[in-house]
Structures are given as C-alpha cells and as structure tokens.
Design a protein around this ligand. Sequence first.
Ligand code: IPE
Ligand code: IPE
Ligand code: MG
Length: 266
Amino acid sequence: MSTTANNARLIETVPRHVAMIMDGNGRWAKKRFLPRIAGHRAGVETVRNAVQVCGQYGIEVLTLFAFSSENWRRPQSEVSLLMDLFLTALGRETRRLHENNVRLKIVGERGVFSEKLQGKILEAEQLTAANTGLTLVIAANYGGRWDVAQAARIVAQKVEMKEMQVSQITEETLAQNLSMYGLPEPDLFIRTGGEERISNFLLWQLAYTELYFTDTLWPDFNTSLFEEALVSFSKRQRRFGRTGDQVELEKQAVTIKTQPGEDTCA
Ligand code: IPE
Ligand code: IPE
Ligand code: MG
C-alpha cells in the first residue's frame, strides 16, 4: 500500500476548515543558493497542490496566510516582488480555480495594495462568488490584531450612530464584523517551516483550533505530508472545555443514533 493510500485510510475525521501559515520559502531558496523569490514562486506550486488535496478530501475551507501586516518590514525589493507574484498568480490561477468550482475570498486590509491588484482581487472574487466547492481564503496584508480592531471600530460606529447599544456587544456581534464571518472556525492549523508561533494570524478564530507544526519548508509540503497532518488531526480528542468521558459518551450516542439510518441505506 502506498503511503498516500495508507494515510487516507487513517483519516477518519476530515476538518471542515484548515488554516495554514505557509512558512519557509526563503530558507528553501537559500538552501539551493537561489534568490528568496524563487522560494515564493515554488510555494505557489505547493498552494495549487494543497487546493487539490482539499478537494480530494472534501475540506470546505482552506485559509492561507500569504502576507502579514508585519511583512512590510521586509526589504522593499522582496515586498515588491511578492506583490508582483501575487498579481501574476491571481491572473494565472483564477480561471483554473473557477473551473474547479473554487470560491476565492481575500481577507486583509486591501486598501494599501496597488489599484491594479485591488481590481484583480475584486474581479477574482466576483467571478468565483457563486461557486459551491472549496472556499479558498487568502490572507493578504492580514493581521489578527488588525481584524479584531477593525471589527471593534465598526461596532463602535454602530453604537455612536445609536444603531446598537453597548449591552449588545457580545462575542457574537463582534465576530459578525470579523473578516472570516460566515465561515466555520478553523479545525486544523498547520504551520510549515519549523517555527512554533502564530505570527499574528487568526487570533480570534484559532481559540479552539488543533495546532500542527512541521519542520518541512512550505515548497516541500507535498500531498503525503498534508495527509500526515490530517492523520494527526484525526487522532485528537476535541473537548471544548468538557471532559474526555463526556466527549466519548456523546460520540457513542451519535453512533447508536446513526445506525438505523445506515441499515436502511444498505
Ligand atoms: C513565508 O516564507 C512567505 C511569506 C512570509 C510571504 P518566508 O519568506 O517567511 O520564508 P523564511 O521563513 O524566510 O524561510
Ligand atoms: C508568517 O510568516 C506570515 C506568512 C507566512 C505570510 P513570517 O515568516 O513572516 O513569520 P515570522 O516573522 O517568522 O514570525
Ligand atoms: Mg518566515
């Protein structure tokens, strides 16, 4: 049995939403005596593959961290090459994504991008808006703190306009104004590249997400490595504050409930 087939057998529970920090492109390139941008370019191929794996397993949402609010601190030459790459990748990949029924959504503060890039983003989102397959979320100029702050600003404006009362500010009403509202919260977080940190990614949404870190550099993150992360996720017990016994009992109750239905299908 191939590794992939073996992995697939072990993936019992598929996450609805996977969020990834695609890290390690620069080191991948450095190891090969190539410029950093070569690593970013190779990373685009990995994105294409990851999208395909999600389709294969019926994952509903894939969120990828492409550029953080803090990445502007990089040398101007790298920032500008990254923006160019974003533009060309959007231009090149959108049609293919559309053909594969993928809905594209970009989150982050897009007002600072060039007019051309903003136009392309809008075009890609509009073209794919009605698609019903995978939702691919690209976090670009995104920061978890920015997201919470912009949601707080909207809520505050509503209070100022007397459209809302302070007592109505709850986790739910704040979350309604976050960029990812309407999507299920990430079940699995994957960070490649060896660092074990969140780097200001989805701070609010990761509250109960299962975290997975791998030393593999992003351009090397292939299908079977993605599947290994899915296998690891399958083995986790998600308790959401309850006890392990409670979760086990509930799982058994669900299994018993679904059995008669399964019989009639057989
Ligand atoms: C992640 O790879 C991609 C972006 C942040 C745009 P890096 O560029 O951070 O790669 P390393 O961490 O330097 O290897
Ligand atoms: C996080 O990676 C951001 C993206 C992958 C887009 P970084 O490489 O920027 O993170 P730090 O600086 O090592 O925390
Ligand atoms: Mg990095």
